[in-house]
Design a protein around this ligand. Structure first.
Ligand code: 16G
Length: 240
């Protein structure tokens, strides 16, 4: 099955074969792949080579390791378009997944200068600082750190944020969410975020900062989100 004369390194050939088996469904989602020892025997290569192939597939997000249990086939990544102003709840429901949230911080704060500027706050205005872990089908997807002007949402409570913030704003407060600006960058997860996301370090993450506006160009939220890079793929439509 392996071509030892090929210029393609053996670990890549093994990686490609395992990938094909995953794509064909020989190994289904959540199923354990054969152990390193079994693969070593099957391919007639060293354990180091097999480990390299598996590590690459883990880094690509096709497999995941669980300490002491083995290596399993991961669910396909969520493909998230970047051109619609949708909420996490809407995005997950549209995929047939069940969204849920855990509010880990809900407090009123004095904002830093950058938040004052981004949210067009006046001096002395306070913000809510909300940290939520977001789940889809009970799996951790992202951490969102949201700043909202208290004056705009005077009756906000932690309990209400177990559901959708956008539904609350549009349905309960009858406000119209109009547009947003986003910035995205890659990074490595911080230790405390790795714990919240239940992933082991080192792991790649995608960070998005979104400032969203109500009709009339009024900024109402600044959100710093940390997405699991092994669970997300972002897409855009572009034209020329
Ligand atoms: C998305 C938004 C976030 C918004 C949240 C509302 C990005 C980068 N972030 O996650 O800005 O606050 O949805 O979700 O897309 P909710 O209505 O489900 O609470």
């Amino acid at each position: 099955m392996l071509d030892k004369q090929s210029p393609i390194p053996i670990y890549i050939q093994i990686e490609e074969q395992l990938k094909q088996q995953i794509q064909q469904g020989d190994f289904s989602i959540g199923m354990a792949i054969p152990s390193e020892r079994e693969l070593t025997e099957r391919f007639g290569v060293s354990r180091m080579t097999v480990r390299q192939s598996i590590t690459n597939l883990v880094n690509e997000g096709l497999l995941y390791r669980e300490k002491g249990r083995g290596t399993f086939v991961a669910s396909p990544k969520v493909e998230q378009p970047l051109n619609g102003l949708t909420s996490f709840t809407e995005d997950m429901l549209a995929r047939g997944m069940v969204p849920s949230n855990k509010v880990i911080t809900f407090e009123i704060r004095d904002p830093d200068a950058d938040i004052v500027a981004d949210l067009h706050l006046v001096e002395g205005e306070k913000v809510y600082f909300i940290e939520r872990i977001r789940f889809a089908d009970d799996k951790t997807m992202a951490i969102e750190r949201t700043y909202l002007p208290v004056a705009r949402f005077p009756a906000l409570q932690s309990d209400l944020l177990k559901g959708s913030l956008y539904a609350l704003i549009e349905n309960n407060q009858q406000l119209k969410i109009s547009h947003a600006t986003q910035r995205m960058e890659a990074g490595l997860v911080k230790k405390e975020d790795a714990e919240l996301l239940q992933i082991s370090v080192p792991a790649a993450i995608l960070m998005i900062e979104r400032i969203s506006y109500l009709a009339g160009d009024l900024p109402f939220e600044l959100v710093r989100s940390t997405y699991r890079a092994d669970r997300y793929k972002f897409t855009t439509d572009i034209q020329r």
